[in-house]
Ligand binder design. Sequence first.
Ligand code: C2E
Ligand code: CA
Ligand code: CA
Ligand code: CA
Length: 274
Amino acid sequence: VKSGGRGAYRLFDQAMRERQAMRRLIERDMHLAMEDGQFVMHYQPQIDLASGKLIGVEALVRWRHPERGFISPVEFISVAEESGLIGPLGEWILTRSCLDAAQWGGIKVSVNISPVQFREPAFAAKISRILSETELFPWLLDLEVTEGVLISDTEKVLDIVLLLKKLGIGLSLDDFGTGFSSLRYLQKFPFDKLKIDRSFVRDINSDVKDAAIIRAAISMGRTMGLRINAEGVETEDQMDQLSAMGCDEVQGFFYSRPVPAEDIPALIDTDFPI
Ligand code: C2E
Ligand code: CA
Ligand code: CA
Ligand code: CA
């Protein structure tokens, strides 16, 4: 038993070391990747369930590594946050997304903002500068934040949020339902949109509890004047159920995977199934 325990520990230790080595590689390569243009933005369509039209897209960053192929943002965003690279990377993501959206004439772009980025000094001023540099109307930009952004320094964060709202941009609460105290934040911060996490959408047709949570979120959001987006819609049955519940908009593989910017114009006049 004792040696088994040590064996298990050795395995764990080795996995930890490999993980750390991987993170160091990612950190080292990220500097180069920025200059070399290895990051690209993809955009996932957001469909209005009332009209079946494209109303916006979520901007999702991809890293095309020359040797390791596509690396998931789940792997490199946290490394970027820890190493300080999220500053320049986040600015590039925002600029690229706003430049692309400015070409689409009326389609909104939602950009994910990490907690570290949000707390940068003069974050609101940076957004304002990027909007004027890219000539994007502020109402076409939406920032997606998770509870992680709001959890500490609440008053300071509220000040930043109010500055952003004054610019006229939209604010969405991402991954709703996965945290611990979303309801307090919904009351305190002036969100425009609530994004229901895909873990609730997955079993919406079979799990009465997941369905009940979504129904409650939609009802509450409606009362608070929020738009409701459901993520991770993969089947027509999920879409039908969400539509029947009064969900405003959806995104997911049923409609489209995230696609390159040049694929978006063709989707603007498409009638999606609703
Ligand atoms: P997220 O913000 O919740 O983004 C949605 C994720 O769900 C995306 O994964 C998207 O490709 C995936 N997805 C969309 N529809 C479906 C579906 O129908 N089924 C399933 N199974 N998945 C679906 P992705 O692009 O790998 O991004 C993962 C996470 O990485 C994002 O989660 C976000 O937290 C972070 N991320 C991505 N891009 C950025 C970025 O530009 N900046 C920051 N700060 N974080 C980003
Ligand atoms: Ca998001
Ligand atoms: Ca999400
Ligand atoms: Ca239908």
